[in-house]
Design a protein around this ligand. Structure first.
Ligand code: ADP
Ligand code: MG
Length: 211
């Protein structure tokens, strides 16, 4: 049976599951960034997610927003670089927008992805089609608005599907931001590494809520 909504403790456990999945996916993320960038995305995310696990283990959470803010702060301070800033911003901005909520339902999931994506776009300056994590995040945020009245398990499944479709769509984009920019048309045919991470994050959230 899937979950209607998650408590703060369950939200924390969900983010520990996300951290474990990203750590496990390090080789996949490394390969994705090696194809188009400098190959450090997997190791950077692994470092960030180890810091996330440490931060989440050392605190009791009563608000779901604080869980995500804690994730964002841990990523920002441990990863550094462009992705530390943008992934940290995703979780900090998304978490801040729902900081007083005691439960994580579909409405909070929708707000999280909307405000998190806005934060990433404002901070990083990437637009849809630039072949970045935004190309997985924006479809996820748009889908979130459509499913905000459903049980969180169904909403997250729909959001994860949209993120995966966005990751796949990034294969057909020519990079116009970041390191892959210099590749021009050679960036075609492969997904953006950050979009791969976003799809894994959303899928793991959905799998947690489904169980
Ligand atoms: P770096 O670019 O410093 O090597 P990573 O390899 O860890 O950092 O992460 C690269 C990923 O971060 C890209 O694939 C992209 O999705 C995301 N990214 C980098 N810069 C931006 C930005 N300005 N806006 C949105 N996403 C970005
Ligand atoms: Mg890189």
């Amino acid at each position: 049976m899937g979950k209607e909504s998650l408590s703060a403790t369950e939200t924390r456990d969900m983010m520990v599951a996300v951290a474990d999945k990203i750590i496990e996916a390090e080789p996949i993320l490394t390969d994705a960034d090696r194809a188009l960038g400098d190959g450090d995305h997997g190791v950077g995310m692994e470092r960030g997610m180890n810091a996330v696990k440490e931060a989440l283990a050392s605190e009791e959470f009563t608000s779901v927003g604080k869980v995500f803010m804690s994730v964002g702060m841990a990523m920002m301070s441990s990863m550094g670089g462009a992705s530390g800033a943008v992934f940290g911003t995703l979780f900090r901005s998304g978490g801040k927008a729902i900081k007083d909520s005691e439960t994580f339902g579909a409405a909070e999931a929708a707000t999280f992805f909307k405000e998190g994506t806005d934060g990433v776009m404002t901070r990083g300056g990437a637009k849809p089609g630039d072949k970045t994590m935004v190309d997985a995040l924006l479809p996820a945020a748009e889908k979130g608005a459509e499913v905000a009245d459903q049980p969180v398990c169904d909403a997250l499944a729909a959001i994860a599907g949209a993120a995966a479709a966005g990751r796949d769509a990034s294969e057909d984009m020519i990079a116009t931001m970041g390191r892959a920019k210099t590749l021009g048309e050679k960036s075609l045919g492969k997904p953006d590494a950050g979009a791969v991470s976003v799809a894994i994050i959303a899928k793991t959230m959905a799998d947690f809520a489904a169980s």
